[in-house]
Design a protein around this ligand. Sequence first.
Ligand code: PAP
Length: 334
Amino acid sequence: MEPKSSEPYHQQVDDETIVLDNNELENLLSSLPKERSIITPYKYQYQGFWYSVPLLLGVITCQKHFQPRENDIFIVTAPKSGTTWMKAILYALINREAHPPKTPHHPLLNNAPRDLVPFLEFLSPSEYDSVCNSPDKSMRIFATHIPVSNFPESITSSLSNCRVVYMCRDIKDNFVSLFHFANKANLRPSPISLEDAFNSYCKGVSAVGPVWDQILGYWKESQEKPHKVLFMKYEEMKNEPKSQMRRLANFLGVPFSVEEENSGMVDQIISLCSFESMTKVDVNKMGNFVDGFTNSSFFRKGVVGDWRNCLTPDMASRLDEITEEKFRGSGLSL
Ligand code: PAP
């Protein structure tokens, strides 16, 4: 997602977090390629990826200020690949002892997932240290869309123990989700047509696009450093949630015990975080992410294959062709 910002974009944060003054920002923007885009009217290409101005500032802030801790966990996605769902799952999984998933006062029943697991790039440096969303004070859970090549190096360096959970999604469903979100999010002066959104997406000009490059970066990292980067798929989480939950718990070093397995803990977390359950939570129905940008816009259908209801056969084939071409030789298929 991308938070609302008024044009001209100036970072609305305190002095300590300003990474660029207005002149520097104007200079930077005028030096970057600029294209019309989908959720916000324009994107700027920075270090190989397309960013809205708030996201660009967020990335630069992270690059300059973020210091990872030994045990940090990052949920990484391309926007609209299941970020909100994974925020809930990781939070429930890591905190299952203090907050058993069946408790009627579970934090996920009173808070939007984004309040429990914040986006790294939308925090100010003074907030990094105050993130406290796991039983172990040294373990912070962040979400992010930042491509691996634009990430502060320390996170993926061999010296760090941070762990990255990357979730990707079928490209056609990803595009359709993004398209619907763009017209719901109210960040554009007027709605975008399916054709215009499609053309931008295919050119790679979508939030943190080209989406294929963002995915491939983490795919390669997961192949080279499987103990640091876990590569997951939305469809697999939907189709085989129990085995995927176990895989996730093992990767994070918090495997389910025999007692937990016997007591149904895995199913309870899956149920708590399901689309059906989360869309019943008041704050997810009514709360605001930022002005004019509701929490409910992060919950639409939550199904696999909805692209069939939106894309023409030609559009679907075009996306398949690009995906095949981009991923050829990588061993990855979506
Ligand atoms: P973000 O990356 O901008 O934060 P993200 O949460 O990835 O957004 O995207 C929302 C998508 O995840 C929506 O997909 P759809 O448009 O195809 O429906 C949303 O419905 C889906 N989603 C949200 N919560 C869940 C959930 N609990 N289970 C499955 N899908 C979910």
